[in-house]
Design a protein around this ligand. Sequence first.
Ligand code: PLP
Ligand code: TYF
Length: 394
Amino acid sequence: MFETLKEQPADKILALMQVYRDDPRPEKIDLGVGVYKNAEGVTPVMRAIKAAEKQLWETETTKSYTGLAGDPAFADAMIDLVLGGSVARGNIAAAATPGGTGAVRQGFDMVKLANVGARVFYSDPTWPNHLSILKHMGLEQVPYRYFDEDTRGVDFDGMMADLAKAGAGDIVLLHGCCHNPTGANLTQIQWQEVVALLQKTGATPMIDIAYQGFGDGLEDDAYGVRLVASSVPECLIAASCSKNFGVYRERTGLIMAVSADSARQKINQGTLSFLNRQNYSFPPDHGARLVTMVLTDPALRADWAAELEEVRQSMLGLRTQLASELQRLSGSDRFAFIGQHRGMFSRLGTTSDMVDKLRDEHAIYMVGDSRLNIAGLNTQTVPILAEAIIKVGI
Ligand code: PLP
Ligand code: TYF
């Protein structure tokens, strides 16, 4: 029967990882996949996670099943981290998921169950997996303008004009912070305008937050998601712990459904548990348990927040260094946007030919849409990248 299957499109980001690995040039620089790397090029296990892991090994007495929605303590801790008391706990349904991708998938599944005809408005561009999952599920996708190719900032007028066309029964998919792949983000005032528009149109927001703490700090990065969740009657939030807790392979995430009252919350909670059961029964627990331990132990939490802040500052430092190096070499401000972008990524806004040239002639790897992972750099490689960017003529 499987002769009916056709080859599926590969994940371009993951395919690039393999090409990088196979490149024998010792000077090669990997700015592809969105994984944090320190100055030594290592993706470390965070100190607090390591400590929690040790403690867990010593104290864990069973690995029996949790609940279909995972351990409620994980949901409580993550809801507090992401929403920070902006919404009454009794109005939030939540389920642990395998990573942020699992949360996105379960969120879309809930949308499909509620309204199979929902249109999902997505930022153009967005994380490719959003579109891949939506296509696979047969949900209609509608792009909204987001990236201004000239300023490399947000095309806010275009975005608002396009989002005005979303109505009740539609989903507006937003990145909570640190937009992937562009690095261009909404200001707080712009979030307020988006919220006012959502209130007017009645479209339902779904926020994907995968980099809380990587942009302007844990609290500032949650501004948009908290404002939205406290201002509209319903929304979905998909949170990932992969980056900000460094637990990528543990597959740790949470889908939240915010509603206006506790009766609706009960149905939503049942729905999320039901959807987990249809797809994999119980969600993974190890990463979720570590995250819960870190968030609920004051000493571990303080150490985690301190290390996360070091990570954020190191990326900001690299941004500033790259922007000023490019200013020096180009004699212009046209790369200043790199210092203004936030999170792991910046989209250079150049052609795929230029991206190929950087790879072929300089062994510098970035995603074909000219997205570079800032964390793939260090203070020594920033000048090498800057020189290569100018040399190829970007
Ligand atoms: N959403 C966005 C925008 C992402 O960039 C990512 C990738 O890290 C995710 C969700 C989910 O990541 P994960 O499934 O590894 O938690
Ligand atoms: O965009 C990125 O690079 C990260 C990591 O299928 C990632 O979000 C990339 C591809 C993928 C899952 C995660």
